[in-house]
Ligand binder design. Sequence first.
Ligand SMILES: Cc1ncc(COP(=O)(O)O)c(C=O)c1O
Length: 404
Amino acid sequence: MDFEAFFKSELGGLHEEGRYRVFADLERQQGQFPRATRYTEAGSHDVTVWCSNDYLGMGQNPSVIAAMKEAIDHCGAGAGGTRNISGTNHYHVLLEQELADLHGKESALIFTSGYISNWATLGTLGQKIPGLIIFSDALNHASMIEGIRYGRCEKVIWKHNDLKDLEAKLAAADPKAPKLIAFESVYSMDGDIAPIKEICDLADRFGAMTYLDEVHAVGMYGPRGGGVAEREGLMDRLTIIEGTLGKAFGVMGGYIAASNALCDFIRSFASGFIFTTALPPSLAAGAIASIRHLKSSQLERFAHQERVRRLRSMLDASGIPHMPNPSHIVPVMVGDAAKCKWISDILLDNFNIYVQPINYPTVPKKTERLRITPTPLHSDADLEHLVGALHQLWSRCALARAVA
Ligand SMILES: Cc1ncc(COP(=O)(O)O)c(C=O)c1O
């Protein structure tokens, strides 16, 4: 086989479908978030980032940076091994305690990313619990889908956030089979939020475990940043809460929080946990500082919510269509892949605004969008610049405006 020709022809297919991904070459500027330097063949220039998942700017928080520097001075760069073979650093132990406390659970277990925490946990449960059926929301993240696939257990997909469909599917399954319902709180592309309480009620009725991905909610909702389940007083009703350290907490890594026995089970059987180098101690130290900060400070959350409201009202005033939802994610709808990419390119090249276009297959065709994530560090001037630029482009691109 001509491997090179094969790779090139597959890539050609992506180009033809307009799905080839081009990375923006950025250098984040410490202390200047959301500003970054963009490198191009023609040189470099400053841009304002409008699509970061460092939702609260904690990646630049002085206490987080100080904790990471101190840990490097104290412990050096890497963990030096897997968790089992010399890689468990005291910072990991403290971080797991901090996370268990955040979610009101007996234990927590950290992984190298949120992706791996979903993949390893769901996969291990699927493989090890005899006859397990996983009921998975249709819009679950790729890491959950891959984990369930790797678990090789029976899988039932229920319509997104549709309680009637979930109920019907639970009722149709073997009453004796062990069951797990896997879903997210804030869905990252539409920004809608799952009916967590009602799903837990169904889980109780059918004797199912619950697995909630709070990746887009931890740090941001609830009085201590425990996520939507904390805000709604539901954390104790979830068997497993999964989260990331890489978005609102501003660092990197993933975790689950659950009972002692469940975390110990995953720790002992999940290959994605066992056979990989532990997180650098500095990352764990930064995550601890970030979680502690957001447990006691409401400032970032309040300022963030205010910025989201302000952006939405400015978009409304300009007639720029955006998907209404109860979260912090502002999907500005374009509905055409080529126009979406074109708008994003012009914003970057002519207005120094960086918003990545979101096209199929991440979202369905005809719902192509700019996924905008305001942060507490976007100023009024930043908002005016963004909405002014969108206003101009909407006219140039002959895109439909929202009717007030
Ligand atoms: C819903 C959801 N779960 C899990 C992940 C993976 O988290 P991480 O980026 O920490 O790997 C993502 C990443 O975007 C996500 O959107």
